[in-house]
Design a protein around this ligand. Structure first.
Ligand SMILES: Nc1nc2c(ncn2[C@@H]2O[C@H](COP(=O)(O)OP(=O)(O)OP(=O)(O)O)[C@@H](O)[C@H]2O)c(=O)[nH]1
Length: 298
């Protein structure tokens, strides 16, 4: 499974478990009131928010997670508020000095806490559906959202976009069936990821089309990367059950001119790929900004 997707699943799982644990905590608060116990630190202590399971979870992620810091800080703040409002309410009940405003404060704090968690869950779920269920690769939507930043962040060179389409994939489906076809796509995606460097993100563009973003100092370096990937696929046999299924790809490669829309870059790369399909497949075609197309050779 894609590393990012795994991290999202772990975050969602940890968050949901910790939220579940907060119901247990709420029951503890009732016990304190009913049994007049004052020694439960996750309810009675001034630092109560650090002692409950949710507090441990959020503190751990605040210390390590940089991407989601905004969400986590809001949740942390609302969580502290819940514990403090609860502590004050419990104290007032135990001392028989009940104040209605403390009930309102507690309700308000709980609503704020739940709202902040829902916001973060929605964010994580939206992120999750931006990954392909079959291959675990990020979908085009993630590229759409990050492309301008990727172009801006490039250093010491340019960004190149490579569109790859599996050759005669319909034949694979027709010969072995769709279920095997799906397995081939899954195995292909894994091979493609392992054939690229960790700074060369891979996306599922749709169907049997994929995109790789390359970083290179010049056209020659980009072409070398393009042919490296094409050959790595060609020399690898995909195994599904008892079948050994050779797969090749045809690709279109082009430079992303800074300021250019992703759509335009993709149209250019697609035109080059089309020429590659027409002229025999299993090849990488480079297209420059003027539309001149050449086959990349080893
Ligand atoms: N099993 C499976 N098949 C898919 C999936 N997405 C697209 N396909 C199939 O991929 C095939 C693509 O076929 P075509 O566009 O005709 O192209 P091709 O057979 O790969 O031939 P060329 O691209 O011309 O080399 C179609 O049969 C689609 O049904 C998928 O997720 N799973």
């Amino acid at each position: 499974m894609n590393r990012k997707l795994k991290a999202i699943d772990e975050l969602l799982d940890g968050l949901n478990r910790s939220v579940g644990a907060h119901y247990h905590w709420l029951v503890q608060a009732f016990k304190i009131i009913a049994k007049h116990e004052r020694n439960l630190e996750d309810v009675s202590s001034l630092e109560a928010h650090n002692f409950c399971q949710f507090g441990c979870w959020v503190n751990k992620h605040l210390a390590t997670d940089t991407e989601d810091k905004g969400f986590l800080l809001t949740i942390h703040e609302k969580h502290i508020h819940v514990h403090e409002a609860c502590r004050q309410l419990v104290e007032s009940i135990l001392q028989n000095e009940i104040q209605d405003s403390l009930f309102n404060d507690f309700e308000h704090a709980l609503q704020g806490f739940v709202g902040a968690i829902t916001c973060y869950q929605t964010h994580l779920l939206q992120l999750r559906i931006s990954y392909d269920a079959l291959t675990s690769l990020p979908l085009r939507r993630i590229l759409d959202e990050s492309f301008d930043k990727q172009v801006m962040d490039r250093s010491n060179g340019d960004l190149y976009v490579m569109i790859l389409d599996i050759d005669h994939f319909k034949r694979i489906n027709d010969t072995y069936g769709h279920v095997v076809g799906d397995e081939v796509l899954r195995a292909f995606a894994q091979k493609l990821q392992s054939s690229t460097r960790n700074y060369e993100p891979v996306y599922r563009f749709g169907g049997e089309e994929f995109i790789v973003i390359l970083k290179a100092k010049n056209e020659a370096e980009a072409m070398a990367a393009g042919i490296r990937i094409t050959r790595a696929i060609e020399h690898h046999q995909i195994m599904v059950g008892q079948y050994h299924i050779p797969v090749t790809v045809t690709s279109g490669l082009t430079r992303a001119v800074p300021g250019e829309l992703l759509r335009m870059v993709l149209e250019r790369a697609d035109a080059a790929m089309y020429v590659g399909k027409q002229s025999g497949r299993n090849r990488c075609m480079f297209i420059d900004e003027q539309g001149s197309i050449e086959r990349v050779v080893d």
